[in-house]
Ligand binder design. Structure first.
Ligand code: APR
Length: 320
């Protein structure tokens, strides 16, 4: 059977890391696409040479023409600009919306059967726009944010409790902004929901509150440290988990920016919810039971996403 073809649209920090992981995992052949000439070719060649050391058989190619993504099974989109210190994800909207238009048209023309994972920020609005620009089915276009935000949440919990990250299931829903919704009651350490963990003295309520806050601002913490861009290792790992679940039909339940049609009482927008990812793409949304406080946080986060969608519509009147 032919190897899967993975097109990485954007060969910057996340794109290069994605290519490296995809090759090491032998997930499929990789096309690294970018508008910058030389960058995708150089990174592809560098990783291809490394494959002779790590011993995996994959073909890697750098490209500046959309023709090269033809027939891709998966497209992972990181094209655009990242944050610099002092910027919010929303500050990227104007530039990255134009990039999504070009990328969406390229995917529509050359890889209409792909499963598309968007990483470009501001995420929930960009994936919504990308779906419209590409015209692909809504279940085949999804956004990566929740896996990353939940991984940050899980890591901070592991650090605070001394429990392996493998035994922590953390969930962060809503939009990929500072008002995202870490689901404290639904997240578990060794099977114990976090409120129970506090009751049993594993960590204090104050510490848990601080972890929730740090999770919400997790992206900004990295931007402030790096100074020249935003996180790339954890975002790349997160998208690879999503791509793997699709390519291997694993049906993992992952928190992703997914198109909602009635679930969580919402319609016609993308926001982070747990979803089964399998060969059909975003196959089934898992609806968590939520209390009034969680509903209010979710509603606030959704309002921010809707605000970004309105800002996109004001820039590009083709968006509905
Ligand atoms: N088509 C293709 N590639 C493009 C385009 C375009 N129209 N515009 C920009 N690019 C490329 C740039 O040339 C660059 O190589 O996108 C790449 C982005 O890479 P980085 O600047 O290194 O950004 P990165 O850290 O990878 O983040 C990319 O993901 O997490 C989000 O906020 C982040 O929106 C940002 C995106």
């Amino acid at each position: 059977m032919a190897r899967a073809k993975i097109a990485l649209i954007g060969a910057g920090m996340i794109g290069g890391t994605l290519a490296h992981i995809a090759a090491r995992e032998e997930l499929g052949d990789v096309i690294l696409f970018d508008i910058a000439e030389g960058t995708p070719q150089g990174k592809a060649l560098d990783i291809a040479e490394a494959s002779a050391v790590f011993g995996k058989d994959v073909a890697l190619k750098g490209a500046n023409a959309y023709e090269d993504i033809a027939g891709a099974d998966v497209c992972i989109v990181t094209a655009g600009v990242p944050r610099k210190p002092g910027m919010s994800r929303d500050d990227l909207l104007g530039i990255n919306l134009k990039v999504m238009k070009a990328v969406g048209e390229g995917i529509k023309a050359h890889a209409p059967n792909a499963f598309v994972i968007c990483i470009t920020n501001p995420l929930d609005a960009m994936v919504w726009a990308l779906q419209q620009f590409s015209g692909l089915p809504k279940e085949k276009v999804i956004g990566m944010a929740g896996v990353l935000d939940s991984a940050r949440f899980a890591y901070f919990l592991a650090e605070a409790t001394g429990v392996s990250v493998e035994d922590i299931h953390a969930w962060t829903l809503g939009g990929h902004g500072d008002d995202m919704v870490p689901m404290v009651r639904h997240s578990t350490v060794g099977g114990l929901p976090l409120p129970e963990l506090v009751k049993q003295g594993w960590l204090t309520q104050d510490k848990l509150d601080a972890i929730v806050e740090r999770t919400r601002k997790g992206g900004g913490e990295i931007v402030a440290l790096l100074k020249t861009g935003s996180a790339f290792y954890a975002p790349a790992e997160s998208a690879i988990a999503m791509a793997t679940s699709y390519l291997k039909d694993k049906k993992r339940v992952l928190p992703c920016a997914t198109y909602l049609s009635g679930q969580y009482g919402l319609n016609d927008l993308y926001v982070g919810v747990p979803v089964v990812i399998g060969a059909g793409g975003a196959e089934k949304i898992v609806e968590f039971e939520t209390n009034d406080a969680e509903k209010a946080m979710f509603a606030k986060s959704v309002e921010s996403v809707k605000g970004l969608m309105e800002a996109c519509k004001a820039i590009d009147s083709s968006l509905v």
